[in-house]
Design a protein around this ligand. Structure first.
Ligand code: GTP
Ligand code: MG
Length: 194
């Protein structure tokens, strides 16, 4: 994919701030700190378009980025960050439910998991939640640079099994550090960008 334009648009907390142009949206979901923001930067070849952080919980709203004037990436705040108050967790849940239950331009969700570890209970819940709403899910196992290559396939199978994925469900191994999986990611996204 040739990237001719990539820009931050808006941080939305609800439908009042969602874009109204109807362009397709691809959402990024995953545990806090798993690498969602880094994924967006890497596949857009932009080092700092999306703010990333070693501190989890950086992304707190639905952050919209427009690409090639044609579609949006929506960076969704991560789950599983322990130091979040009950009140904030509930607000987060409502924000996601509103978005995932009724957002018509949402075409697919990239769910990021960590290739190093079996999926958490929350990863599995999120996967089921997205499937429940009928969204196509592309599972991306990231931070692959931290796993010896000889173990990639084994870890992949463990993750696929735990998430209940079928053999032909979209799944790819990724690294925001070295660009592994970038072309495959664009291939998987292509059907949803129009
Ligand atoms: P929240 O916004 O808090 O939900 O986190 P996030 O999922 O957006 O994670 P982010 O992209 O901010 O990355 C978190 C940390 O992991 C940062 O220190 C990144 O540099 C690091 N990181 C992300 N992707 C990779 C990767 O593929 N490999 C390695 N080695 N580090 C990564
Ligand atoms: Mg983030």
């Amino acid at each position: 994919m040739k990237i001719t334009q990539a820009e931050y648009v808006i941080s939305a907390v609800g439908p009042a701030q969602y874009p109204v142009d109807g362009l397709p949206e691809i959402a990024l979901a995953g545990r806090s700190n798993v690498g969602k923001s880094s994924f967006i930067n890497k596949i857009l070849n932009r080092r700092n378009l999306v703010r990333t952080s070693e501190k989890p919980g950086k992304t707190q709203k639905l952050n919209y980025f427009i690409v090639n004037h044609a579609f949006y990436f929506v960076d969704v705040p991560g789950y599983g960050y322990a130091k979040v108050s009950k009140k904030d967790k509930e607000a987060w849940g409502r924000m996601l439910e509103t978005y995932f239950s009724e957002r018509e331009p949402l075409k697919a969700v990239v769910q990021l998991v960590d290739l190093r570890h079996p999926p958490s209970k929350e990863d599995i819940q999120m996967h089921d939640y997205l499937a429940y709403f009928g969204h196509p899910v592309i599972t991306v196992a990231t931070k692959s640079d931290k796993v010896p290559r000889s173990k990639h396939q084994k870890h992949k199978q463990i993750i696929k099994k735990a998430l209940g994925l079928q053999a032909d469900d979209p799944f790819l191994i990724f690294s925001s550090l070295n660009g592994t999986g970038k072309d495959e990611a664009w291939q998987a996204l292509e059907p949803y960008l129009h």
